[in-house]
Design a protein around this ligand. Structure first.
Ligand code: NAP
Length: 267
C-alpha cells in the first residue's frame, strides 16, 4: 500500500483540526507538514489544542514546504483570500489540491482547469464536503424532474456571512437544469413585509434562517396535488465533512482534471 503524503493549510482552524485528525487516523495517509501564516519554524504539537509526540513541521512559506516535504496532496481549509494562491502554487509544484475553502470565482476555476491540463494533475474543490449534503442535492435534482413547485430552506449558524448559502444556490442550479421553469406561488402574490417570500432563483424561492446553535442544514420541499416531498440534510458538527475530504483525497490521486463539487465524483 502506497502511503499518501499530505500537507494541510489552515490546520489551526475548525475544519483544519478535523482534517488533522482524519489524516492521523487513516493508515495509508501521512501528515508531513502544515502551512500556517502566523507560526512557522515549530511543530504542530506547539499549537493550542494539539499534543502528542509527533513532530509535524509548520511552514509559513508554502513553496518551501512543497520543496522540502514533497507532499502528494495539499488539503486547503483556509480563507477565500489565500485559497486560490495555495491551490495554484500546489499545482505548479506537482502537488494535487483538495480544497474546501469557499469563494472561488468562475475565472479562478477556469484558470485552474487550464493549469490542471498543463500539469496533468487532478484538483478537487468542494464547497460542501458532507456526503449527505451532496446526496440531498442529487435527490433534489431527481425530484425536480417530476415536481415543478419547490422551495429551499437553508439554516445556518448566525456567524455565517453570506446568504443564501453556496449549497442552496448550487441545489437551485441543479434543480433548474431539469425542472420545467415556473414562477413559484400565486401570480398576484404581494409581500406585505419585504423579503417574506425569500430570494427568487429562476422562479424557485430560497429562505435563509440564521440562528445560534445551528451548524449547516437544508430542507428542499416539493409540492404537487395532494402530496409534498421533503429532502433534508443536517450537519451537526464539522466531523460530518471528513468522509468527503477522504473521498476527495483518494480520488484526486487518480484524476488529471479539475473537479468542482463532490457530486461529480459520487455515483
Ligand atoms: P476557520 O476556523 O476560520 O479556519 C481558517 C484557518 O485558516 C484559520 O486557522 C486561519 O488562521 C487560517 N489561515 C488564514 N490565512 C491563512 C494562510 N495564509 N495560510 C495558512 N492558514 C491561514 O474556518 P473554518 O470554519 O475552518 O473554514 C475554513 C474554510 O473552509 C472556509 O473557507 C470555510 O468557508 C470553508 N468550509 C468549507 C466546508 C466544506 O464542506 N467545503 C465546510 C465548512 C467550512 P487565523 O485564524 O490565525 O487567521
Amino acid at each position: 500500500m502506497d502511503i499518501v503524503k499530505i500537507a494541510i493549510a489552515g490546520a489551526r482552524g475548525r475544519m483544519g483540526r478535523e482534517a488533522v485528525q482524519l489524516v492521523k487516523r487513516t493508515r495509508q495517509y501521512e501528515l508531513v507538514a502544515v502551512i500556517d501564516h502566523k507560526n512557522g519554524g515549530g511543530y504542530l504539537r506547539d499549537f493550542d489544542g494539539f499534543s502528542g509526540d509527533d513532530q509535524i513541521p509548520v511552514y509559513t512559506d508554502i513553496v518551501i514546504c512543497f520543496q522540502e516535504q514533497k507532499p502528494d496532496v495539499l488539503i486547503d481549509l483556509t480563507t477565500p483570500e489565500v485559497g486560490m494562491y495555495h491551490t495554484k502554487t500546489a499545482l505548479e509544484h506537482g502537488v494535487r489540491p483538495v480544497v474546501g475553502t469557499t469563494g472561488f470565482t468562475k475565472e479562478n476555476l477556469r484558470e485552474l482547469e487550464v493549469l490542471c491540463h498543463e500539469k496533468g494533475l487532478g484538483c478537487i474543490i468542494a464547497p460542501n464536503f458532507a456526503l449527505g449534503a451532496v446526496l440531498m442535492m442529487k435527490f433534489s435534482q431527481m425530484a425536480g424532474k417530476y415536481f415543478n413547485d419547490v422551495e429551499i430552506i437553508e439554516l445556518h449558524h448566525d456567524q455565517k456571512l453570506d446568504a443564501p448559502s453556496g449549497t442552496a444556490v448550487k441545489t437551485a442550479e441543479m434543480i433548474a437544469g431539469v425542472r420545467e421553469k415556473k414562477e413559484q406561488g400565486h401570480p398576484n402574490e404581494k409581500e406585505t413585509v419585504t423579503g417574506a417570500r425569500g430570494a427568487n432563483f429562476d422562479g424557485m424561492h430560497i429562505h435563509s434562517v440564521r440562528l445560534p446553535g445551528l451548524i449547516a442544514h437544508q430542507q428542499v420541499m416539493f409540492g404537487s396535488e395532494g402530496q409534498t416531498l421533503t429532502v433534508r440534510h443536517d450537519s451537526y458538527n464539522r466531523a460530518s465533512f471528513m468522509s468527503g475530504v477522504k473521498l476527495a483525497v483518494d480520488t484526486v490521486l487518480k484524476i488529471d482534471t479539475l473537479v468542482y463539487g463532490l457530486e461529480n465524483i459520487m455515483e
